[in-house]
Design a protein around this ligand. Structure first.
Ligand SMILES: Cc1ncc(COP(=O)(O)O)c(C=O)c1O
Length: 465
């Protein structure tokens, strides 16, 4: 009888390669839910490894949530119930249908996300004290115990914060909007990189603020240009995503962080630091909220670490504006629902959130390397473990033409246009989001299509004009 055999990558330890191959096979549907994995001894013999290596690999795959071991029976691919893993299945069927979304910035799909949510909700459903707290109005800045837990979690992720400084928000976007509405008045100016997160542009528009674009180079925002801008048209606030500009992935240099803190003091502006796009600690620079704590607001969220639909974030604010931000939050919606915050706090306090984040970091690293293999030769931008890849197009190729041609081949990507501040010209480039694809294989197929069109650019459609 033939047995399922993993094809192993030559990199890394054997047990990890086997565990990774199991994960890939489940994501691709090659191993079906409920299917039994080969007996450990047989697989060890076929692969020429020790049985201990296979035992370790199966244990790792189980720890990551791909399989379950049944005592005396063997190891089986985890069965997903339709409700709890709908998003995961949807992503997989997307790939099967041949459509590839490289436009959405999501954490990479994994069944553990929906499963973890199911587990914490079931726990909450039997906890009377928590349920009682969830049906009552709470402080607008969040339940103190929740703020403590969120601050402890962020600190463990290498973002040391005090519970006292934290407001619970409905995601990072809410934190950004709150800051703009509270710290700037309609008609005032704020500044950001010329290419920036579109949610900032949208929030500024809602708050009737004018966004001025500051030029950037490979080390991020040009501080001399910001200095000149401050002398001519002083902004009320400067927004930065210092560890990974969205869309270019550029890292703001350490000296520039110091200069930004100095400029903020000299010209009396607020800094809004956005750390929503998660990166492992070793890949981040010094946070601005440490360099200029008295005038920096830091927006964080569970969206790119756990799941976007949870809508829970944390806004860290210096003492001055804290009260005002709380008032604004109360005026908008009284408070963030404590039930969801409880779910997040329970989730992040468990081992499974650490497992998921380790898996996710490794997965994004592998996806970045894969993109560099497939698109080698192009001057790509993006952090080693970031979700986004920035692809400046070769001379003569227009992004609108490529976006259309890719859409015809069912690959969705984003041009630079939505990231442009004001009427700044858009560079001919694409942002490819590597995280939303259901599997590395699906991503690879999509990237191959991008590579094909780059190698043989589509003709520009035209008609008699
Ligand atoms: C840089 C940046 N900030 C903020 C957000 C919004 O995060 P949330 O979904 O938590 O509102 C995003 C979402 O993609 C983002 O890329």
């Amino acid at each position: 009888m033939t047995i399922w055999l993993p094809s192993l990558s030559s990199q890394g330890t054997r047990y990890r390669s086997i565990a990774e191959a199991i994960a890939d096979a489940v994501r691709r549907g090659e191993l079906a839910p409920g299917q039994k994995l080969p007996p450990q001894r047989r697989l060890a013999d076929r692969l020429g490894v020790t049985i201990g290596t296979v035992t370790r690999a199966y244990a790792e795959a189980e720890r990551q949530g791909w399989v379950v071991a049944r005592v005396g029976s063997g190891t089986y691919v985890r069965e997903e119930d339709a409700g709890s893993s709908a998003a995961f299945l949807a992503g997989r069927s997307d790939a099967a249908a041949g459509t590839f979304d490289l436009s959405l910035s999501l954490p990479p799909p994994h069944p553990l996300r929906a499963q973890a949510l199911g587990r914490v909700l079931a726990e909450i459903a039997t906890d009377d004290a928590v349920l009682q707290r969830a049906v009552e109005y709470q402080s607008e800045r969040g339940v103190p115990a929740h703020r403590e837990q969120l601050a402890a979690w962020m600190t463990a992720l290498g973002m040391p914060v005090e519970a006292e400084a934290l407001l619970v928000t409905q995601g990072g976007q809410h934190g950004i909007s709150l800051v703009l509405q509270t710290l700037a008045r309609p008609g005032e100016r704020i500044a950001a990189d010329v290419l920036t997160y579109p949610g900032l542009i949208g929030a500024a528009r809602q708050a009737h603020l004018k966004v001025l674009g500051v030029p950037m180079d490979e080390h991020g925002m040009d501080m001399q240009a910001l200095g000149r801008l401050c002398a001519q048209q002083p902004p009320r606030l400067v927004y930065v995503t210092p560890d990974q500009n969205n869309p270019t992935g550029r890292l703001l240099g350490e000296d520039r962080r110091e200069q930004l803190a100095q400029l903020a003091r000299r010209h009396d502006f607020w800094i809004l630091e956005d750390g929503v796009q998660y990166l492992p600690e070793a890949e981040r620079g010094t946070p601005l909220y440490r360099l200029a704590p008295e005038r920096t607001l830091f927006a964080f969220s569970t969206a790119k670490v756990l799941a976007g639909g949870l809508r829970i974030g944390a806004l860290v604010a210096p003492p001055g504006p804290r009260e005002r931000l709380g008032e604004a939050l109360r005026a908008q919606s009284w408070m963030v629902p404590p039930l969801m915050v409880e779910a997040v706090c329970r989730w992040v306090s468990g081992e499974e959130s650490r497992t998921l984040l380790t898996w996710q970091t490794e997965e994004l690293g592998a996806r970045q390397r894969l993109a560099r293999e497939v698109l080698g030769g192009h001057p790509l931008g993006g952090r080693p473990h970031g979700a986004n890849l920035w692809l400046p197009l070769p001379e003569g190729l227009r992004s609108a033409v490529l976006v259309d041609a890719l859409a015809q081949r069912n690959v969705r990507v984003t041009s630079a246009e939505p990231f442009c501040v004001g009427s700044e010209p858009a560079p001919q480039a694409l942002r490819l989001c590597l995280s939303a694809a259901a599997s590395r294989e699906a991503l690879s197929q999509a990237l191959e299509i991008v590579a094909e069109l780059l190698a043989e650019p589509p003709a520009v459609p035209w008609q008699p004009l």
